[in-house]
Design a protein around this ligand. Structure first.
Ligand SMILES: [Zn+2]
Length: 369
């Protein structure tokens, strides 16, 4: 009903010239493929350049248009006993699904919902990996480059402490001014040379790589994908309110902002802090100096400020550098302890112990609850 009335009014609103030039085209054929313009001949003789015509809706008509579903229909729908049963079934099904997929993050001991297997996340990561490799084919440094060697050397020391020895690790150093480093699920490590001055030395690089490996160890990618599973029905609810005329298009808009600022960003900041903690313990256990991690964030802070990239923490997906420095300084004594306890040089075989020992400390939980 809605589309018909709008079409009719828009036809009425068409410029008169068009109505005159095509009087015999019936309404039903109006949206059929028009003839190519250069095949039409006009009074002047030559072909005319194509004219852009703006089809405009009549605003009054739109105001009068009824929503697809009336308020009455929605009210009746909610009153129907079948609807209540459906919501009850969906709700209890959702709770069972949520509780049965709760798990504990290694090292930090945080409880979270995760319904994706490591394999499915790795399959997702594979696409991203191919894309990055293709885009940076020319910029990937050779194995003999001292910068590649530095990253490999630090990785070799960190991996045994991560408990991820079975992962098929692959290191790529990209020649770029960008200060970036990340690990794609499946053990694909990418380091951009722009971050090396911030890392400064092996200890600094260990703190950066430790943080990135920690994202993998804690399976943050799977956690993010799982969160979307629960947020999607919420988004559909906002869309439903929009389309049934309740929120007039604003529901989706404010719903997205609400979900982003209220759920996604705080969750992402929590993951960042968790990766900081796990990474710090990992580097300390691998005999690197944990104090350098604090210095790395101080250097990062200076770099960000020089680049003019400082946004308020609540708007950011990352904790501010200041927050990170305060948190890490607080964790330093435990990291030092982990480093002393570790028999540096004999690193193999304690990874399981590392996860268990750090988890039982519960320091991370003291800070974040
Ligand atoms: Zn991170």
């Amino acid at each position: 009903m809605l589309s018909r009335s709008i079409l009719r009014s828009s036809l009425r609103a068409l410029p008169r010239t068009i109505a005159r030039s095509r009087p015999r085209i019936p309404f039903s054929r109006f949206f059929q493929q028009p003839k190519p313009l250069n095949s039409l001949r006009f009074a002047s003789g030559g072909p005319r350049p194509p004219r852009i015509i703006h089809y405009r809706y009549n605003p009054e008509e739109i105001e009068r248009a009824k929503p697809l579903i009336s308020e009455e229909q929605i009210r009746n729908g909610f009153r129907h006993p079948g609807t209540k049963l459906l919501f009850l079934a969906l709700g209890s099904g959702g709770i069972i699904f949520y509780v049965s997929n709760l798990e504990t993050v290694p090292v930090s001991g945080r409880r979270r919902f995760n319904c994706y297997s490591e394999e499915s996340v790795e399959a997702e990561g594979q696409m991203l990996y191919k894309m990055i490799m293709q885009d940076n084919r020319q910029a990937i440094l050779p194995e003999w480059d001292p910068r590649t060697r530095m990253v490999e050397r630090v990785m070799r020391k960190l991996i045994p402490a991560s408990g991820l020895e079975n992962v098929n690790w692959e290191v790529h150093v990209i020649d770029s001014g960008e200060a970036n480093a990340f690990v794609i699920p499946g053990g694909k490590v990418f380091v951009y040379t722009g971050i090396l001055p911030i890392a400064k030395n092996d200890d600094g690089l260990a703190s950066i790589l430790g943080h990135e490996i920690a994202h993998n160890l804690a399976q943050h990618a799977a956690e993010n994908m799982s969160r979307v599973v629960f947020l999607l029905p919420l988004r559909w609810a906002f869309l439903f309110l929009d389309y049934s005329g309740y929120t007039g298009g604003l529901g989706r808009f404010f719903g997205d902002i609400l979900m982003d600022l209220g759920i996604m960003r705080p969750a992402s900041r929590k993951q960042e802090s968790e990766a900081d903690y796990i990474g710090l313990m990992m580097m300390a256990k691998s005999c690197y100096n944990p104090e350098e991690a604090v210095k790395v964030w101080q250097r990062m802070n200076r770099y960000q400020k020089a680049a003019g990239n400082s946004i308020p923490q609540w708007l950011s997906t990352h904790p501010s550098d200041e927050t990170r420095i305060v948190q890490m300084t607080k964790w330093l004594p435990s990291a030092e302890e982990a480093r002393t306890e570790s028999e540096c040089g004999v690193t193999l075989g304690y990874s399981e112990e590392f996860q268990a020992a750090m988890g039982s400390r519960g320091i991370w939980r003291d800070v974040f609850g």
